[in-house]
Design a binder for this molecule. Structure first.
Ligand SMILES: [Zn+2]
Ligand SMILES: [Zn+2]
Length: 212
């Protein structure tokens, strides 16, 4: 499996271009801007067929409408975050900043398998940062794309319409079950589940009386 990381926009959300070696089709996860991604696709002679959104925040979907228009790819998102693509429930008034609204094409749910670019992505519902946050796991490659649920030694904010208890359940119950997986997060550098099981500061809550 090939992965190209392109940090996009002022908040540097990671867009990932993902495909199986030899495939001319690919998936793009979280296109935070379209131009950068389209340039990379044409340089590599790849055709984007699937736009997979980990969640609806503007920094992860800013380029989705333009990328779909240029490629005909379909936009995948969880139904609970789908309204954000049309500007509702964004962390700031993204529409007034020039965000292009778009409607989702396909709504995803836990356990769905999406075949794109020769890669099988399994949808894992990992809410908490947003109500409809998902991760995309590629079990054959022991790899997971976690959006803003899990970062290197950190997790996403939960004070903008999220919920910390819910996020910690996503982390401890869902993501930590992916033993030995590589983690490609929504911002900054990759990590591994093993590293986070050891060093993520949120681990103090695992046995905390507040956490249930
Ligand atoms: Zn983000
Ligand atoms: Zn976010």
């Amino acid at each position: 499996m090939e992965i190209v990381t392109l940090p996009c926009g002022p908040i540097q959300a990671n867009a990932y271009i993902v495909w199986a070696k030899g495939s001319s089709a690919c998936a793009v996860i979280d296109p935070g801007e379209a131009g950068l991604i389209l340039d990379e696709l044409s340089r590599r002679q790849l055709t984007c067929t699937h736009i997979l959104l980990t969640h609806g925040h503007f920094d992860h979907m800013w380029g989705a409408a333009d990328l779909r228009q240029a490629t005909g790819a379909k936009i995948y998102v969880h139904p609970k975050d789908a309204p954000m693509l049309e500007g509702r429930g964004q962390v700031m008034n993204a529409m007034s900043l020039g965000m292009k609204p778009c409607k989702a094409d396909v709504l995803v749910a836990d356990g769905d398998i999406i075949e794109a670019g020769g890669v099988r992505f399994a949808v894992l519902e990992t809410p908490g940062h947003t109500p409809g946050g998902v991760s995309y796991a590629v079990h054959e490659e022991k790899t997971v794309f976690t959006g803003d649920t899990l970062f290197f030694e950190s997790v996403g904010r939960t004070d903008l319409g999220g919920d910390l208890q819910t996020l910690l359940h996503s982390l401890f119950d869902k993501l930590y079950a992916l033993d030995g997986y590589a983690v490609y997060p929504g911002h900054e550098e990759p990590t591994t589940i093993h590293h986070e099981q050891e060093f993520n500061p949120m681990n103090i809550y695992r046995k905390h009386p507040w956490f249930n």
